[in-house]
Design a protein around this ligand. Structure first.
Ligand SMILES: C[S@@+](CC[C@H](N)C(=O)[O-])C[C@H]1O[C@@H](n2cnc3c(N)ncnc32)[C@H](O)[C@@H]1O
Length: 380
């Protein structure tokens, strides 16, 4: 397995602050979440059932919760933890930004196994610029200096706190590619596209599951692509990064055997999501596979978990999180031109690989982030 040598340095004090910040996030997603659930099961839900003869749905829950202490505490601390994470990691990146930019320049000038193609004419769409998505200051695309890598480096530094795992934060990509390899054993992809790659965490895993394929990764955000190129080259994993909008790329029709994405759909508008599905169909050769991975759609999710997931839209600057998760993506695939018989409903990403693994939102917390993800897609 290829490995990336550490690209950041952190002083003792920086590490101490990052670790305190991580502890706060763990407290919010661990003990505080458990307490919130207990209060719901023991008090909120029975009281609602007594009054209305049924359990509350996710919309009612969100309103009900706002006046309850465990939700208010979980919500406020979750938001503080999110902002704190970026503030602390931001300091680490800012201190060494000139060096990181120089590293990226050196990589781009040197002999490479993959490539980087930037196009300043590609603008980040309004659904990505209107707010700082999940409170990340400046978002994915902002450039404040020449050859800026700040956004990419910041995302890279903070991604483990989004629960990504794997030596290079590549576990989700590895699992998605494995999902495809096992469910479509005859595909044997020669050309693969990863849409919305950010810094290529998942692309890195995909490229290693299919080492003989030519792997392309696109994003609209130049600072992330520059940083992704550094990471991939550092490990000698050939990935071809280009700055493109996944709604309309410059690749020819039928160019790919496999089109993938990892958690981008919930960050795009309803219109863009449908454009992305249509573009995936155009890009696939007949028999090619489209596979998007996301967390579970609400129609199949426990109402408590769905109500909490909606928190992201209201308080964590993720405007499309809720509307995307209310969709039934198999229908979107069909609307986008894929045959119903060739599309598949959301499928737990890991369950098909490990029969012992049962995924339940009411059961124990997922062992890894990949355990909580689902794949939606179709064959062209
Ligand atoms: C949550 S991140 C994806 C993480 C990444 N796939 C990974 O696994 O590490 C969402 C990314 O999608 C990109 N994105 C959103 N809409 C896009 C579009 N229409 N075209 C290209 N990139 C897009 C954003 O710029 C951002 O980098």
């Amino acid at each position: 397995m290829a490995a990336i040598t550490p690209l950041f340095s952190a002083t003792h004090d920086e590490r101490a602050r990052e670790s305190a910040s991580a502890m706060l996030r763990k407290f919010v997603s661990g003990p505080l979440m458990v307490q919130h659930r207990q209060v719901y099961d023991r008090t909120t839900k029975p009281a609602f059932e007594k009054k209305y003869g049924r359990a509350p749905d996710r919309w009612e829950l969100q309103t009900l919760w706002e006046s309850t202490a465990p939700y208010a505490m979980r919500s406020a601390l979750r938001r503080i933890a999110q902002e704190d994470m970026y503030e602390v990691a931001g300091g680490v990146i800012e201190r060494q930004l000139p060096d990181l930019i120089e590293t990226a320049r050196r990589t781009a000038r040197g002999k490479t196994t993959g490539s980087l193609r930037l196009n300043p004419a590609v603008a980040a769409p309004a659904y990505l610029t209107a707010v700082d998505i999940h409170c990340m200051p400046g978002n994915y695309h902002t450039e404040l200096t020449d050859d800026d890598v700040y956004a990419g480096a910041l995302y890279d530094r903070t991604i483990t706190s989004h629960a990504y795992k794997g030596r290079n934060n590549d576990e989700v990509g590895t699992c998605l590619a494995e999902f495809v390899r096992r469910n479509f054993p005859d595909l044997k992809p020669k050309r693969i596209l990863d849409m919305g790659c950010t810094v290529g965490h998942s692309t890195f895993g995909i490229a290693q599951v299919f080492p003989d394929a030519e792997v392309h990764a696109i994003d609209v955000a130049a600072p992330c692509l520059r940083w992704g190129h550094v990471r991939a080259e550092e490990a000698g994993v050939p990935i071809h990064f280009s700055q493109q909008n996944a709604e309309k790329t410059d690749f020819p029709d039928g160019h790919f055997d496999l089109v993938l994405s990892v958690i981008i759909l919930h960050e795009t508008s309803g219109k863009a999501l449908r454009n992305i599905f249509r573009e995936a169909k155009r890009l696939l050769r007949p028999g090619g596979v489209m596979a998007h991975c996301e967390s579970r759609q609400y129609y199949a999710k426990d109402e408590f978990d769905a109500a909490w997931h909606r928190w992201g839209t209201k308080f964590n600057a993720e405007p499309f999180m809720t509307t995307m998760h209310e969709l039934e993506l198999q229908s979107v695939a069909v609307e986008s031109g894929f045959a119903k018989a060739k599309s598949f409903p959301q499928t737990p990403m890991l369950a098909t690989m490990n029969a012992d693994l049962t995924i339940s939102d009411n059961g124990p917390a997922p062992k890894t982030y990949a355990d909580s993800l689902y794949v939606n897609g179709a064959v062209k």
